[in-house]
Design a protein around this ligand. Sequence first.
Ligand code: SF4
Ligand code: SF4
Length: 124
Amino acid sequence: MKNPCLGCGVCCTQYRVSFHWSETTAHPFGTVPVELTEPLRRHEVVMKGTNSAKPYCIALAGVPKVDAYCAIHGSHPSCCRAVEVGSDQCLRARRAHGMPDPELDPDLDPSPDLDPSPDLPRAA
Ligand code: SF4
Ligand code: SF4
């Protein structure tokens, strides 16, 4: 069964993606490229493109629902990793894009590994 995140990416076009600035490369241990973020509040930054009425993360590559993937997967913010397949955020994003819940599609794994092997680029 296929990981539902492979090619999906609709949750990267649905929400504001904000997190503590120390997750960016402006901090010695941060991983998220700081140039892909912009300031939000005092200690918080946001992924460019997502602080908008129509969010679309700058790091999303490919075409959502077709071949989308996170171009910084592995270095992406913790809040993205926290969006699990089948979570409220996942289901709301999928439904908003006319996609079935993963558990209703027999080809999809409803509870895949959160981080499959790095040679399988995925969104979220
Ligand atoms: S978490 Fe859900 S909405 Fe986000 S990429 Fe995976 S399947 Fe798609
Ligand atoms: S998983 Fe990647 S593309 Fe999706 S919102 Fe997070 S940083 Fe952006």
